[in-house]
Design a protein around this ligand. Sequence first.
Ligand code: A3P
Length: 384
Amino acid sequence: MGQRLICCLDAPSALQPPPLLPVRRKLLLLCIMLFLWLYMFYSCAGSCASVPGLAGRPAAGAGEAAATAGAHGEGLQVLSKLLRRAPSGGAMGLAGSAAASPSEPREEQSAAPDPTSPISSFFNGSGTKKLPQAIIIGVKKGGTRALLEFLRVHPDIRAVGAEPHFFDRNYEQGFAWYRDLMPRTLDGQITMEKTPSYFVTKEAPARISAMSKGTKLIVVVRDPVTRAISDYTQTLSKKPDIPTFESLTFKNRTTGLIDTSWSAIQIGIYAKHLENWLLYFPIGQILFVSGERLISDPAGELGRVQDFLGLKRIITDKHFYFNKTKGFPCLKKAEGSSKPHCLGKTKGRTHPNIDREVVQRLREFYRPFNMKFYQMTGHDFGWD
Ligand code: A3P
């Protein structure tokens, strides 16, 4: 009897594996399931952000709806916060997937892992794609690339590298397309893009206002005469056979009549373009950055921009050094890198010598427009 009892008591432990094994197996299974669940969650957050019925031509207010639809649930936000990097590290690499603009060669955009891949965004700290809350709308050759590259150092700014040209050339693609170009952002981070041609695009103010009335706008302005010469220099670098700057400037050189239909001249009539924006945005929602001061005092201008965006002044003079060879300020550490970084060779070109009389005539031409612009913005840029 006693023997049978011992036999019966011993038998189960002899046949079954040690009790710890199933626990381990279950734990392993749980881990795998948790990982799969997280992966699916992030994949869904990524693709859902670009889906919600917003493709096609956007209607007024559609952008705000799109922004809301793209917002993630609280669970993801908590997870995002947990995964968020320490601010001191700077924002992550985020070269945009937009088609590169001809005026923005690829060398100007920092190389970065594909931020749109759900798995890469999972490991990078993730977030969701949002429509931009702030846009650098102009002006061409004002120093827009420098401003964007400098701003990207801020951990609370994430910007698409290439120019999306959404509000001028690609509006028909719809807001879902536009948002999909944006990098992922976490709570408190600002999504930005720059397309300098918006400033002179008649439809852009109404379209941006339809996306969100609260969009913050930034315009980098530069002496319109130097800007025109810079614009011409860029075209000349691509088409060396174009006529001289002097001949393109005038409709009639003898009478001194300026050809205002030439875009290099037209873009610099800032007061005229600004009038169009003021029909849709209050002046306080537009920040004017001096292209000249962006070179002579980058930290000072960046301070103003950070204030305007409601961000902590993290980018300071400690971030810049003056590169004598380049002749421009450069970053001591580029965003997502520990190396010094100057803008590419298409930024800061040597300008051709222009006839002094022509330059003088252009100064006279722009003076009244500049005065009006100073009046409108409440800021004397000192070009006259
Ligand atoms: P130039 O090439 O005529 O000198 P954008 O980026 O809007 O096209 O503007 C280009 C201009 O940015 C350049 O015009 C240059 O003067 C100016 N710029 C401002 N800060 C700069 C910087 N840190 N490095 C290079 N160019 C800078």
